[in-house]
Design a protein around this ligand. Structure first.
Ligand code: AVI
Length: 326
C-alpha cells in the first residue's frame, strides 16, 4: 500500500486499487460477458466520466433518492449526531463527491473522515475539497473496491468507527451479497461500531420506473458509457450506437433492472475475445434492490447489526438506518 500525504491539501491517500486493466477486473468483465444471460457488475460504470454522469443523475427531477436522503440528513443531523456520539471516525463507503457527508460534519464533529472510492481522480479531487473546507478534520482517502475485503489504512485513528454508506448503494448488491457484505463490515469493525446506511424503499412502480428513465437521458448516458469504457480500457471493438438503454422495475424481485439492449444482431470484441449478441439480447448491467424497513432490518440482523434508529421522509420514499455492530 502506498501512502502519500500532501500538506497542500492535507489528505492522506491510501492506494488499495487494483490497476484499471488488471487481470482480476478484466477476468471479471470477460466472465460476465461469457455468461448466459450476459451481465456486468455495476462497479464498471464508475470511471471518471461514469462518476460525473452519476453525479448528474442525482440532480435529475425524477431521481428522488438523492433529494430525499439529503433532506432526511439535513433534518435529522442533530438526532444522528446524538446517536453516533462523540469522537467518531466516519468511514464513507463509495464516497464519490463526498457531498452527503457535508450535511453531517458540523453536527457530528467526527475526529477523522475516511472516504473510500474506486474512482481515484474523483476521490482525490473531492477529499481535497473536503479537507480545504473543514480544516479541523483529519481527512483520509483510500482508493479501493469496497465490495472486496478491505483493511483499515494505517495512521487512521479509529476509536469509534462509524461506517457511512449512503445512496442506497447496498441495493446494488443482491440481498444475499448485501448480507455477505455486511458480514464483511462486521468482521472489519469492533463491537459497538456504527453503521449509518441509506436504503431505498419499495414504492409505486411508476415512481421507480421514472427515476431510472429520466427525460434528459442522463441515466441512459450513464448506462451506455459502460460501452465507451469497454472500448477505451478493455480493447473493445464495438459501436455504442448499436445498443440502447433499458430500465424497468421487476416487482417479483423488488428491484430495478438496467440492461444494454443490442439493437441489431452483431458480434463484438472485448480484450481480443468475440461475443455474439442477437438482436434484442441484453447485457444486464445493474440491479437496484428496494426494501421494506422490516425487510432491511431482518437482513442486517442476520449479518450481526442491530437496529438503533431510523429516519424516513414523510412520503416514505427513502430510509436511513443507524445500526450497531453487535
Ligand atoms: C449508486 N446506486 C445506488 C444507484 C441506484 O439507484 O441504484 C445507481 C444508479 N443507477 C442508475 N441510476 C442510479
Amino acid at each position: 500500500m502506498t501512502v502519500m500525504s500532501s500538506t497542500a491539501t492535507a489528505v492522506h491517500f491510501h492506494d488499495q486499487q487494483p490497476p484499471a486493466a488488471s487481470l482480476t477486473l478484466r477476468d471479471e468483465l470477460l466472465q460476465g460477458l461469457r455468461a448466459t444471460p450476459k451481465r456486468s457488475s455495476p462497479k464498471f460504470f464508475y470511471d471518471l466520466r461514469g462518476s460525473e454522469l452519476f453525479d448528474r443523475i442525482c440532480v435529475q427531477p425524477e431521481y428522488y433518492p438523492t433529494r430525499m436522503e439529503e433532506a432526511i440528513l439535513r433534518d435529522a443531523a442533530d438526532d444522528i449526531a446524538h446517536v453516533v456520539g462523540k469522537d467518531a471516525t466516519l468511514i464513507e463507503l463509495g464516497s464519490g463527491a463526498s457531498r452527503k457527508v457535508r450535511l453531517l460534519l458540523e453536527a457530528v464533529r467526527p475526529t477523522s473522515y475516511l472516504g473510500i472510492d474506486i474512482s481515484r481522480d474523483f476521490l482525490l479531487d473531492s477529499t481535497r475539497r473536503l479537507a480545504a473546507d473543514y480544516p479541523w478534520l483529519d481527512v483520509h482517502a483510500a482508493c479501493a473496491d469496497f465490495s472486496q475485503r478491505m483493511t483499515m489504512p494505517s495512521g487512521l485513528a479509529c476509536d469509534h468507527p462509524v461506517a457511512f454508506f449512503p445512496g442506497s448503494s447496498i441495493g446494488n448488491f443482491a440481498p444475499e451479497e448485501a448480507e455477505c457484505f455486511l458480514r464483511g463490515l462486521h468482521s472489519l469493525l469492533p463491537s459497538g461500531s456504527g453503521l449509518l446506511i441509506g436504503v431505498d424503499l419499495i414504492k409505486d412502480e411508476a415512481i421507480l420506473n421514472a427515476a431510472y428513465n429520466d427525460a434528459a437521458g442522463v441515466t441512459a448516458a450513464f448506462n451506455l458509457n459502460l460501452l465507451e469504457r469497454l472500448r477505451h480500457e478493455f480493447e473493445g471493438d464495438l459501436d455504442p450506437a448499436t445498443f440502447s438503454h433499458q430500465a424497468f422495475y421487476n416487482e417479483a424481485r423488488s428491484r430495478i433492472e438496467m440492461h444494454l439492449v443490442s439493437d441489431i444482431d452483431q458480434t463484438i470484441r472485448v480484450s481480443g475475445e468475440v461475443f455474439h449478441f442477437d438482436q434484442g439480447e441484453t447485457l444486464h448491467t445493474e440491479n437496484s434492490y428496494k426494501y421494506s424497513v422490516d425487510g432491511f432490518r431482518a437482513l442486517a440482523a442476520r449479518a450481526g447489526f442491530e437496529s438503533r434508529a431510523l429516519w424516513t421522509d414523510p412520503d416514505k420514499l427513502f430510509s436511513i438506518h443507524y445500526l450497531e455492530r453487535a
